[in-house]
Design a protein around this ligand. Sequence first.
Ligand code: CDT
Length: 330
Amino acid sequence: MARCLTIGAAQLGPIARDESRPQVVERLIALLHQAKAQGCELVVFPELALTTFFPRWYVEDQGDVDAWFEREMPGPQTRRLFDTAAKLGLGFSIGYAELVEEKGRTRRFNTAILVDPQGNIVGKYRKIHLPGHDQHEPWRQFQHLEKRYLETGNLGFRTFDVFGGRLGMCICNDRRWPETYRVMGLQGVEMVLLGYNTPVHNPPAPEHDALGLHHNRLVMQAGAYQNATWVVGVAKCGNEEGVPMIAGTQIIAPSGETLAQAATEGDELITYRCDLDLGRSYRSSVFDFARHREPQHYSLITATKGPIEPEEAQRLDERLGSGLTPSGGA
Ligand code: CDT
């Protein structure tokens, strides 16, 4: 019998800077009701889905920055979302800025949680690949200060056995890195939930601007196929505070095919009944990792952060890899 999970990918249009949490929560709840009417079991909301994408501004006062963060989840302003989802019997995942006291200090993460149909948080992920810069760069039309306001996530790429399958999460820029999917693929992930806020314009490389939707689809489809997993990519999009952001919300099968996609740049729900067993044939053939991977040749992936010279790579491989022919032996 097929293991099917009906997913609602709940794309959001822009959230204004002065839009309050209760106003945003009302929009999320409207999408939950649509999802229920369309037979969904799990609704996926985007990255930083409770506020505007605040890293676009340089703000000196940390108190002003912290106003964009949640200190508890659910908190007084988000409890209605949890209560409504539980009343409807819907699970959901959502991204938000998390402020937490941990290891004796205040820490800030770009976080996503997975909530079961009873309203319990059953999974948490903190964004690992933080793009952008940490200093004010006034030459840009807008900032991308994730590296200033947020810390690198410290929970790893975990998977969660929930909703009858094995689910994982990642956030926005993570989707561009093959390691993200592979670390979860090695744990047998069957569906990756991911939200994003991607400006159309990339100030350091404006020549990429016309390719934003292409790159979005390319990386998510590749991640899905190469790891035999569903990928649910959900945008916050449209013109947010004068900054256009790509849409492109889509549900991708383990074949790498996009099977449902958004048509607008606003609040929009797309749904698909996902057979979680669709990845099996890939996992047992072309991507049977245990049979076909050759990790002794992949040492460089964890041995170095940035590129190194080929000679140094050869030396590292000889030191770290097993059974490699020394450089002189060719
Ligand atoms: N939110 C986020 O991570 N956005 C980045 C913009 C990077 S600029 C290329 C993204 O990867 O979409």
